[in-house]
Design a binder for this molecule. Structure first.
Ligand SMILES: N[C@@H](CCC(=O)N[C@@H](CS)C(=O)NCC(=O)O)C(=O)O
Length: 198
């Protein structure tokens, strides 16, 4: 049995969990909560970066980050499942994943700024820089929503939007009505999305 170190709110861990569920691998992976902020957590021994998700394989070796874990799960399931093999679809899906993950990175940086610094110490410039990445990313996804198939671009996008809903009150929805409709459809078709809500 592999072990996935995760936290319920992590959009990156959610992506790996949804992929595992979609590929029928969830019962081969134990999920184990990790706290990246806790120096005593074994996470830092398993992954020098101390980040989640980290997947511990049966031989004790660790896979990270979420993109590598997704690649591994897809390979385990036979390949070409959530990461399409056909080049045009493959590189579109992977680029959409990179965009969605980048939105998550920016959102997490804003969140850390807000939870680790008192209001007067926060950098408005830094927050604005990160917010610009989120806003432009959402605009790009609104202009060209992910493909209808359940590939890694669609899954990563749903996880990014879910994180914005969880931590930032879903403010993106007003600027991206087509994307909001897309997310509703994704949620209906993908029970694992609801099952992994933080
Ligand atoms: N690129 C990484 C990002 C992972 C990441 O940033 N995870 C966050 C939680 S959502 C984390 O572990 N943060 C703790 C830290 O950076 O120390 C991935 O795709 O897995």
């Amino acid at each position: 049995m592999s072990i996935l170190r995760y936290s319920p709110a992590s959009p990156f861990a959610r992506k790996a969990r949804i992929v595992a569920a979609l590929l029928g691998l969830a019962d081969r992976i134990e999920i184990s909560p990790a706290d990246p902020a806790d120096p005593a957590d074994t996470l830092r021994e398993q992954n020098p970066l101390g980040k989640i998700p980290t997947l511990i394989l049966e031989d004790g070796s660790a896979l990270y980050d979420s993109r590598v874990i997704v690649e591994y799960l897809d390979w385990l399931a036979g390949g070409g499942k959530v990461i399409p093999l056909e080049p045009a679809r493959r590189f579109r899906a992977l680029t959409t994943q990179a965009l969605a993950d980048g939105i998550c990175d920016a959102a997490l940086l804003i969140r850390f700024e807000e939870i680790t610094r008192a209001e007067p110490q926060r950098s408005a410039k830094w927050i604005e820089l990160q917010q610009g990445k989120i806003d432009r990313g959402i605009a790009a996804l609104e202009a060209a929503p992910p493909s209808a198939s359940l590939d890694i671009g669609a899954i990563a996008t749903a996880c990014a939007l879910g994180y914005l809903d969880l931590r930032f009150g879903g403010g993106w929805r007003a600027a991206a009505p087509k994307l909001a409709v897309w997310l509703d459809g994704f949620a209906r078709e993908t029970p694992a999305f609801g099952d992994t809500r933080g």
